[in-house]
Design a binder for this molecule. Structure first.
Ligand code: HAM
Length: 439
């Protein structure tokens, strides 16, 4: 017998889960559109070269789903959206009005060990700004958008924190403090990224294996544990320290004071980031996976021949967002929205009339579920009740003769006759009562 389970690390979306997903995504879409972003999409399959150019070695070497197509081309099921968005922006770069503000909610595949907050297939809201006249304000806009997305679900600063850093600060550490060669930077950065997630012994062993001596590891520790001192010691060495302080200060002044903090351990696993980077964490201890990750990646478009196109954005996963909303009781799972259940006396000759009434109501924009079988009336009421449809229209021979129906409010039990010419208005006013009773 075949298994009825979905593939490991992926999910089936039965109607209740789909309803939840649609609710969550429609909230995200309306928040993002408040910031003037436009939705786009790309193919789920891309040639492997797109990811080899400049991405995360961990993803390419251990997490991509890859196969050869019938023409012997090595293909990848997209593990992230940033390379595809960049390819599309580059494809029409000259024609697109800048700054470009695009968003998408693609499903992505990564061969991960499934755990809390991590699956093999997830959906990820991606928001990116390309070609801003002043990248500083694009970074700030991205921060505001990220915070607003969570606030629009009812979240506040007691529930999450934006932790930010700048890749150039880490590069400064590598170049001027550790003085290590450039091809060591990415591997060392990835180990730093793991520091809080792995035991100290393992961390030390990885750093040593990467070629760092004890004094260098101590410098990394000082940077990670006392960033204020690190900033003070090196402020004169690079303008990036003042830039980070300015971003923190303007973010604080513009309403994000309680939401953002500098965190030297935020590195981000992808090699394409060039400046500001951030992650958002749930403050609930059990949900320790990041909710969002993003940053500035000014050089990715160079792979497609577009020079100096600044870019900044983030990805936010549906799995971690759902965990977040559930742990803070912010889920408002909407009921299936059927406005009316059309109950028909069990007589086949009535069905054509019922179909006409249903069509008229649907044309008027109402969602109508019609009884399809020859069920007894009691069973039809029960079905409407079980499906949580608050309004039932009843059609029998008498009603057809009078050009009317009976309308029953399942919430308060009232029932009355309504003439067909008044049906839409009557449904509307009954629904107003149902809404009023709900709120
Ligand atoms: P990322 O950090 O790999 O960044 O993913 C962003 C978010 O997607 C994570 O914070 C998490 O919420 C979610 N996520 C990632 N992997 C999984 C997984 N296996 N299961 C469930 N959720 C997951 C990126 O992908 C960048 N391309 C984001 C970006 C857009 N940067 C700039 N623009």
């Amino acid at each position: 017998m075949l298994s009825v389970k979905p593939y490991r690390g992926s999910r089936d979306f039965y109607p209740p889960e789909m309803r939840f997903r649609k609710w969550m995504f429609s909230r995200l879409r309306s928040s993002v559109e408040q910031f003037g972003f436009e939705e786009m999409d790309a193919p789920i399959l891309e040639p492997i070269d797109l990811y080899l150019a400049k991405t995360s070695e961990e993803i390419v070497s251990t997490q991509i789903y890859t196969f050869k197509d019938r023409g012997d081309r090595q293909m990848v099921i997209r593990p992230e959206m940033t390379p595809s968005v960049s390819r599309m922006v580059a494809g029409k770069f000259r024609d697109l009005k800048k700054p470009i503000r695009w968003y998408s909610i693609p499903n992505l595949w990564r061969y991960e060990r499934p755990s809390k907050g991590r699956l093999r297939e997830h959906w990820q809201l991606n928001c990116d700004i390309f070609g801003a006249p002043d990248p500083f304000w694009a970074d700030l806009e991205i921060l505001h958008l990220a915070v607003t997305l969570l606030k629009n679900f009812g979240a506040d600063h007691t529930m999450f924190r934006v932790k930010m850093n700048d890749r150039r600060i880490i590069n400064y550490l590598f170049e001027n403090v550790l003085k290590i060669q450039a091809d060591w930077w990415a591997p060392v950065a990835r180990i730093m990224d793991k520091k809080e997630k792995i035991p100290r012994d393992e961390y030390m062993a990885m750093m040593t294996a990467a070629g760092l001596g004890d004094a260098q590891i101590a410098s990394v520790d000082l940077y990670l544990e006392n960033p204020a001192r690190f900033f003070a010691d090196h402020r004169d060495g690079s303008p990036v320290f003042a830039e980070m302080e300015k971003l923190m200060a303007v973010a604080a002044e513009s309403g994000l004071r309680d939401y953002v903090e500098y965190d030297p351990s935020v590195v981000r696993g992808f090699d394409y980031y060039t400046g500001f980077v951030f992650e958002i964490f749930d403050l609930t201890p059990g949900n320790n996976r990041s909710l969002f990750g993003g940053g500035r990646y000014d050089r990715l478009l160079e792979n497609f021949g577009i020079q100096s196109a600044n870019a900044v954005g983030f990805g936010m996963g549906d799995v971690t967002l759902q965990d977040f909303l559930e742990s803070h009781h912010l889920v408002q799972n909407p009921d299936k929205l059927v406005h009316v259940y059309l109950a028909v006396f069990p007589d086949p000759s009535l069905l054509p009339h019922a179909l006409n009434i249903a069509s008229d109501l649907r044309k008027a924009g109402l969602n109508v579920e019609m009884n399809l079988g020859q069920k007894k009336m009691g069973k039809q009421f029960q079905e409407a009740d079980e499906k949580n449809i608050p309004l039932v229209i009843i059609l029998g021979e008498e009603e057809i003769k009078n050009n009317s129906v009976q309308m029953k409010n399942m919430k308060n039990g009232t029932q009355n006759q309504v003439f067909l010419e008044n049906l839409q208005e009557s449904i509307q006013s009954e629904w107003e009562k149902i809404y009023a009773a709900k709120n």
